[in-house]
Design a binder for this molecule. Structure first.
Ligand code: GDP
Ligand code: MG
Length: 301
């Protein structure tokens, strides 16, 4: 007899930088969520749609909860990211609690507690096992972390190297309700190409700018035009001060060219089309703590 088709929503929860977006992309099979070595790369809640023969997993990728949560020093951007992370639990069937192999911090325990209280089945995903120098440390680590906690399943994986994903998918699918796919099988995310284009520019800002500068930037797609087989995209990079603008542009415009070139490559790969990308840098003072500016730049529900 055929096994029934299953589908449902799966929240991807965890501290910043543990690999939530990398895992989402690995399961979807495309870069729907941007990734960088820096914490707080993900700012929006985003659905990654992973379609398999036996079922469909709708991954809710989230910004990690920001440490300034609730404090008066939290900017409007931090409050937005925290709302997006918390809202991710609404209506989910399963949560993947992603942690980094060998590490278990207070924030991990806090996230587990929150999921447990919300009565969502929690699958512990121990990511980045490829970085563990001493592989024999894994078993004691798993035992220690599982002690006194209820996990529906525990999976050591490497999202980056795509190791251990198959058994994870199998377990997660088995926990989802029997129902037909909720999205068409060629859909990979709930976000528009326009949104994804902006994110791919922002990914390069996270990767190519040093220190605190990426956090003072955002990207607005001013133009997104399908012109035959070509996509014409115009992106504005917003910064908070004139000095930052000069750094993003770089000597002789070199850095901005590199940011544009890499972002364009990524867009062509994701959209499967030729892309003509223009970029500008503009200043809007204090945008990251300005509710009206945030809404204008797409940080709204
Ligand atoms: P997020 O903040 O939890 O979404 O984390 P990201 O997915 O943005 O990943 C943060 C960093 O960890 C990036 O540099 C990733 O390439 C890296 N990373 C993610 N998963 C793995 C993994 O399994 N192994 C290794 N070595 N690095 C990983
Ligand atoms: Mg992320």
């Amino acid at each position: 007899m055929d096994t029934p088709h299953r589908s449902g929503h799966v929240a991807v929860i965890g501290r910043p930088n543990v690999g939530k977006s990398t895992l989402t992309n690995a399961l979807v099979g495309a870069k729907v969520s941007i990734v960088s070595p820096r914490p707080q790369t993900t700012r929006h809640r985003l659905l990654g749609i992973a379609t398999f023969e036996q079922g469909q997993i709708l991954l809710v990728d989230t910004p990690g909860l920001h440490r300034d949560q609730g404090k008066s020093t939290a900017t409007a951007m931090h409050r937005w990211m925290n709302r997006a992370a918390r809202g991710a639990l609404e209506g989910v069937d399963v949560a993947l609690l992603v942690v980094r192999a060998g590490q278990w911090e207070e924030a991990d325990a806090f996230a587990y507690q929150a999921l447990h209280q919300a009565k969502v089945p929690v699958v512990l995903v121990v990511n980045q096992v490829d970085r563990l120098k001493d592989k024999t440390a894994l078993l004691p680590y798993l035992a220690q972390v599982s002690e006194g906690r209820e996990f529906a399943a525990v999976h050591p994986i490497s999202a980056l190297k795509r190791k251990g994903l198959e058994p994870l998918v199998k377990d997660v699918l088995a926990m989802l309700p029997e129902q037909p796919p909720l999205y068409a099988e060629d859909e990979i995310t709930d976000k528009s190409q326009r949104f994804l284009a902006g994110e791919l520019v922002r990914e390069q800002l996270m990767r190519q700018l040093g220190e605190e500068l990426p956090y003072a930037t955002t990207v607005e797609i001013e133009r997104f035009v399908v012109d035959g087989a070509l996509l014409r995209i115009g992106a504005v990079i917003w910064v908070e001060r004139d000095g930052q603008k000069a750094i993003v542009i770089g000597k002789g415009g070199e850095r901005l060219r590199e940011i544009g070139a890499r972002a364009r490559q990524q867009m062509e790969q994701l959209f499967g089309a030729k892309v003509f990308l223009e970029t500008w840098v503009r200043v809007r003072e204090g945008w990251s703590d300005d509710e009206a500016a945030l809404r204008a730049f797409g940080y709204h529900d």
